[in-house]
Design a protein around this ligand. Structure first.
Ligand code: ZN
Length: 244
C-alpha cells in the first residue's frame, strides 16, 4: 500500500519506494532494493533484517541508526523510538520533505504537478533557481552556426559551448553523445538538454482520461487524448481490426 516502483517477491510494503526485490514487511523505506525484511525508516540497505532508521547497510540485523544492538536491546529501543515518534507526530508517515536532498523543481514531481517557487516554498519544499556554471571553454558558438551534418563536426566541438537557438542558454556536447550522433548520422542538437526534455514531455499525453467516442463505431471509450486534439480515437476492437 502506498508503494511505488516494481515488486518481485515483495510482500507487505507500506509507504515505501524502490524496495521491490524479495522484500518483506518494510515500512517507510526507500531504495532498500534487495533481500530485506522487517525494516523501518531505512534507506539504501541490502540483505538486512530488523533494522530501524539505517542507511546504506549490508547484511546486518538489529541495527538502529546504523549502530549494532543485541536482539533484546533492539526490541526495547525500537519500541521507545516508536512511542516517541507517535507523540511527536512523526510516526506512520514516509520520510518528511524536509530531508529530501533535492529541490521540488529538480524532481519529476515538477513535471507531473508543476507549481511555482512561492507555492513550493509555502508548502515546505526546497527550491533551487537554475544558474548555469560560468563557461570555461575555448569557444562559444551559436547553434545556428553549427554545420548541418555530423560529418562536418570536428572532435574539437567537445571543447566548445553551444548556445541554444531558442534561449541562448549554453550547453556542452559530451564525448559519448558525439559518438552516438556519429554512429547514427544525426546532426548536433540546437537546444539546451533541458529544453529538449521539455519538448519531449509536451508530446506525451497528460496523466488524465477524457470520455470520448470511438470515431468508427461510436462506442464510449476513455482516452488520454483530449477532445480538442486532432488525433482520431478508436475503441480497442476497431483499432485492432484496423491494425491487424
Ligand atoms: Zn469502435
Amino acid at each position: 500500500m502506498d508503494y511505488n516502483s516494481w515488486g518481485d517477491k515483495a510482500e507487505r510494503l507500506y509507504q515505501c519506494s524502490a524496495c521491490g526485490n524479495n522484500a518483506f514487511n518494510l515500512k517507510f523505506c526507500t531504495t532498500c532494493a534487495t533481500n530485506n525484511a522487517d525494516l523501518t525508516y531505512c534507506d539504501s540497505c541490502v540483505g538486512c533484517h530488523d533494522c530501524f532508521g539505517c542507511v546504506g547497510l549490508k547484511k546486518r540485523q538489529y541495527c538502529i541508526l546504523n549502530k549494532q544492538y543485541t536482539e533484546e536491546e533492539f526490541g526495547k529501543l525500537r519500541a521507545q523510538l516508536i512511542a516517541h515518534m507517535q507523540k511527536s507526530g512523526e510516526w506512520g508517515e514516509y520520510f518528511p520533505k524536509e530531508v529530501c536532498p533535492f529541490a521540488f523543481n529538480e524532481t519529476i514531481a515538477m513535471e507531473y504537478f508543476p507549481i511555482g517557487k512561492e507555492e513550493a516554498i509555502r508548502r515546505g519544499y526546497k527550491w533551487r533557481d537554475e544558474v548555469d556554471e560560468p563557461l570555461d571553454v575555448e569557444k562559444v558558438i551559436p547553434a545556428a552556426a553549427l554545420p548541418d551534418t555530423i560529418a562536418e563536426i570536428p572532435d574539437d566541438v567537445l571543447n566548445w559551448a553551444i548556445t541554444s537557438q531558442k534561449t541562448k542558454r549554453p550547453f556542452r556536447i559530451t564525448k559519448q553523445e558525439l559518438e552516438f550522433y556519429r554512429t547514427h548520422s544525426l546532426p548536433l542538437p540546437h537546444l539546451h538538454p533541458e529544453e529538449r526534455h521539455e519538448d519531449r514531455l509536451k508530446r506525451r499525453p497528460p496523466r488524465r482520461l477524457w470520455e470520448r467516442t470511438c470515431a468508427k463505431c461510436g462506442k464510449e471509450v476513455e482516452s488520454t487524448f483530449q477532445p480538442s486534439r486532432p488525433e482520431i480515437v478508436y475503441c480497442e476492437s476497431c483499432y485492432l481490426k484496423e491494425v491487424y
